[in-house]
Design a protein around this ligand. Structure first.
Ligand code: A3P
Length: 327
């Protein structure tokens, strides 16, 4: 009898152990949890394209956004530079950004950030580790580009040089001169068109808030002529070149209608971020506008004015851009 009850007790123990082992697979708090896909959530960005206006910022964010690990706000948010937006607070800002997973790099671009004094410290207070991208264009080409944008907006259509009469061109040149010089011929250094080009002054402010290594600076001219090389460097700077580098050459291809610029080809898989997956998308006619030629005396004056500014900038940057007149 004793043997029988000992046997049945051990059978019960064995059953109990089996039961525990089985049930622990489904309910133990220590069992590995089944993987639930992470939901994108609202958070502050990891990187910001801060400028410069007319430096190629639209093309840059659109191209970076092709990268599977990047998620970018494609319209300009102007949170840190516009008081009425900044006053709305962080929740307002976060609501303007797309939601992102932790593995994604969240970005925005607002080129006015570069030249607005309050912005560097505002960004630093939000995130001292923020990575900043800056494209700098020859300040004189930048002024003309900005001026052409103003004309386009005023006229409601792009100005084509080939459609202008000699009288119209002269009129635009006179308007340009009036915008950037006083009657006595001296430059209006504080007018927006010119002031934006005082890059050294603006950059100094950023370098008071952030270490140089947190800024990726490229010359806009290099980005226009060889975007892939600049994108590869940016990818490394952003830390998204591992475990595999993105095949930029498959997605950033010369514009068949205008060899000066490149277009975007989205990925043909489900992670495609551009409508018409696999198709070619070029920037619209608000980018790559015609520039009026400047009267030589005014052009020389601008070059003389910006030369020392640019030298100061190159020292701060620790690199140079080819902005000499003889390009
Ligand atoms: P232009 O219109 O003077 O040629 P932003 O996007 O910062 O406003 O800059 C506009 C500038 O982006 C354009 O100035 C153009 O030179 C430059 N750009 C760079 N890459 C481009 C691309 N792939 N397509 C069109 N414009 C590009």
């Amino acid at each position: 009898m004793g043997l029988v009850s000992a046997l049945s007790a051990s059978v019960m123990v064995v059953f109990y152990l089996f039961y525990c082992a089985y049930s622990s697979r489904i309910s133990s708090p220590f069992a590995p949890k089944p993987k639930v896909p992470e939901r994108p959530r609202s958070r502050s960005p990891d990187a910001i394209i801060i400028g410069v206006k007319k430096g190629g910022t639209r093309a840059m964010i659109a191209m970076l956004n092709l990268h599977p690990r990047v998620i970018a706000a494609l319209s300009e948010i102007h949170y840190f530079d516009r008081e009425e937006n900044f006053a709305q607070g962080l929740q307002w800002y976060l609501a303007q950004l797309p939601k992102a997973k932790s593995s994604q790099l969240l970005m925005e671009k607002s080129p006015a950030y570069f030249v607005t004094p309050a912005v560097p410290m505002r960004i630093y207070r939000l995130s001292p580790k923020m990575r900043l991208i800056l494209l700098l264009r020859n300040p004189i080409d930048r002024i003309v580009s900005d001026f052409m944008q103003g004309l386009h907006r005023k006229n409601g259509q792009a100005i084509r040089l080939s459609d202008l009469s000699a009288a119209q061109l002269r009129q635009y040149q006179r308007d340009f001169r009036r915008r950037v010089t006083f009657r006595n011929g001296s430059l209006k250094a504080s007018v927006g068109l010119v002031r934006i080009g005082l890059y050294a002054k603006h950059l100094q402010r950023w370098l008071k808030a952030f270490p140089r290594r947190q800024l990726f600076i490229a010359c806009s001219e290099d980005f226009v002529s060889n975007p892939i090389s600049v994108l590869r460097k940016a990818e490394h700077f952003l830390g998204i070149d591992k475990p595999t580098k993105f095949p930029w050459e498959q997605h950033v291809v010369p514009n068949p209608k205008n060899r000066k610029f490149f277009c975007l080809r989205s990925q043909s898989d489900s992670s495609a971020k551009i409508a018409n997956s696999g198709s070619l998308k070029c920037l619209d006619d608000t980018k790559g506008r015609d520039h009026i030629p400047l009267p030589p005396d005014l052009e020389n004056k601008l070059y003389k004015f910006f030369a020392p500014q640019n030298e100061e900038l190159f020292k701060l940057m620790g690199q140079k851009c080819n902005w000499s007149k003889e390009r």
